[in-house]
Design a protein around this ligand. Structure first.
Ligand code: SAH
Length: 373
């Protein structure tokens, strides 16, 4: 039996033994089962994988994030050493562009100690190889989660990390809410509903509780708890976190839990371990948890707006001036994809968590018509 069918069978066995699973428990098993979880066995990113991410689309993404950190590092008094913590670094492309761009910030690269939080052994190997080639003098440590990273002055980057954290779903019944569960029917994984209860209703964001019967909401306790842990670290040591992901500014009705396989939508229950599973990030929930833990919160701002404020178009023009016509159109197409509201420019958002008392980070100035959605 292959590892994949083995994972579906293992999930079925667990349901027979313990009863239906929450959507979050299903998602955690499908993504992180030690033998066959989606994020344990493969490189999911790029043309040969299942999805593509901003750093893989344009070098400008990692460069501007590097300069965003470098600028703040200078303004907070150049702590040395400073930890650069990346959650889910993928193929290491963002770090590659980050480190190259920040060579222009005197002393910054020498001060950086890299800590990579990565669950996937295949990607860990790719990240280590890339960094060894790029910057052999930069020390790299891997961690399974952020709690294992030492506390010190730090910058933390998370691009498309929070969307992979498990979500729970609730469905409005006649009076109360009920948790949506993953159950078995004729040996197949299906959605089912737990009983309506006041307890389930209490877990639904207050502003949404009066929704009509049939409404669905998602919450991610894992995402809120991680944002709280990051906020708490920032309240003890100076630094900032930059979270970029697709999602919404406030909680909303509607299920966003979805599967992607080979760049196409797939059924979330169809092939656990073989498809990427993710859900929209609720930035308000992250902001609330981080602020409660003591961090100052900036944004979210639409990704397109954020990158333009950091100078995406100027950087593009500089790169294009020295490029061949083919290279120029590839560079332009990449940046357009990141900033165009019809592509990633609005759905993706940036939010910063900053230690209390530090100056505001670049790109989060308030103006008319802030990001929404
Ligand atoms: N930031 C990268 C990759 C995004 S894909 C980019 O923008 O290209 C999500 C990344 O997070 C992958 O590296 C994946 O292996 C990692 N990941 C997902 N869930 C994780 C978890 N719970 N703990 C640690 N790493 C995780």
């Amino acid at each position: 039996m292959s590892a994949e069918t083995d994972l579906a069978a293992r999930i079925a066995r667990r349901i027979r033994a313990e009863g239906p699973l929450s959507v979050a428990a299903y998602m955690a098993m499908a993504l992180h089962d030690p033998q066959a979880g989606y994020y344990r066995r493969r490189d999911p990113i790029g043309g040969g994988g299942d999805f593509i991410t901003a750093p893989e689309i344009s070098q400008i993404f990692g460069e501007l994030i590097g300069l965003w950190c470098g600028d703040l590092w200078l303004r907070i008094g150049r702590p040395d050493p400073v930890l650069l913590v990346e959650l889910g670094p993928g193929r290491g492309q963002l770090l590659d562009d980050f480190l190259r761009a920040t060579a222009t910030v005197p002393g910054f690269r020498r001060a950086i100690r890299l800590h990579l939080v990565e669950a996937n052994p295949v990607l860990r190997a790719a990240q280590a190889a890339r960094l060894a080639a790029l910057s052999p003098e930069t020390a790299v440590a891997f961690a399974d989660d952020v709690d294992a990273v030492p506390e010190a002055p730090s910058f933390l980057i998370a691009n498309e990390f929070f969307d992979a954290l498990p979500v729970r779903q609730f469905v409005k019944g006649r009076r109360h809410w009920a948790e949506r569960l993953v159950a078995l029917h004729d040996g197949r994984l299906v959605f089912a509903e737990g009983g309506e209860s006041a307890l389930a209703s209490a877990l639904v964001p207050a502003g949404l509780r009066d929704a009509p019967p049939g409404a669905v909401v998602e919450i991610s306790p894992a995402a809120a708890s991680l944002a709280g842990a990051i906020g708490a670290r920032l309240s003890r040591h100076p630094g900032a976190a930059l979270i970029i992901d697709y999602g919404r500014c406030r909680p909303a009705i509607g299920a966003t839990f979805a599967a992607v396989r080979r760049h196409r939508a797939a059924g979330v229950l169809d092939a656990p371990g073989l498809a990427d599973l993710s859900a929209h990030v609720d930035f308000a929930a992250l902001a609330e948890a981080a602020a409660e833990a003591g961090a100052a919160v900036y944004g979210p701002v639409a990704q397109g707006r954020f990158l333009c404020r950091l100078g995406a178009e100027h950087r593009l023009a500089a790169l294009c001036s020295a490029a061949s016509p083919e290279r120029r159109s590839a560079l332009e197409a990449g940046v357009a994809r990141l900033i165009d509201p019809a592509e990633m420019g609005t759905l993706f958002k940036a939010m910063a968590l900053v230690s209390p008392g530090l100056p505001a980070p670049a790109g989060f100035e308030r103006d008319e018509g802030e990001a929404d959605g």
